[in-house]
Design a protein around this ligand. Structure first.
Ligand code: FES
Length: 143
């Protein structure tokens, strides 16, 4: 069996929504201290709290690129509240799976979306529950 699904290979080789949004409503940057990979996520939010556009730049492994690409596809057109609920498992499922030792890469994608939403909330003075933005404590990054 191939190590990576067709969807992972597709999103790695043809990543969607790569780039930068100059007029982003929120920008989130996260990194994994262990592997050194960095992901930056840009979201454009309209007056109704809907993410109308989303782009990313990932300096990292193929799985990080594929998961950030899929994450942008999953949150575009959704509300910021829905984007906050995006889990790394949902991203992995949408990609038809990832090898176990690459699951931590999908955590980076979830965190990048979360960081972009937090930045949007901060810039707009929108109150939020800090519990929705836990400090990164991923066992995979510590191991
Ligand atoms: Fe660093 Fe995949 S190895 S995010």
């Amino acid at each position: 069996m191939a190590l990576y699904s067709d969807k992972v290979m597709d999103h790695f080789q043809n990543p969607r929504n790569v780039g930068k949004l100059d007029d982003a409503s929120g920008v989130g940057e996260v990194g994994n201290v262990k592997c050194g990979d960095i992901m930056r996520m840009y979201i454009k939010v309209d007056d109704n709290g809907i993410i109308t556009d989303c782009k990313f730049n990932t300096f990292g492994c193929g799985s990080a690129i594929a998961t950030s690409s899929m994450a942008t596809e999953l949150i575009k057109g959704k509300s910021v509240e829905e984007a906050l609920k995006l889990s790394n498992q949902a991203v992995v499922e949408a990609l038809d799976g990832l090898p176990a030792h690459k699951i931590h890469c999908s955590v980076l994608a979830e965190e990048a979306v979360r960081a972009a939403v937090k930045d949007y909330y901060d810039k707009n003075g929108i109150e939020y529950d800090p519990k929705d933005f836990p400090v990164h404590n991923c066992e995979h990054c510590e191991s």
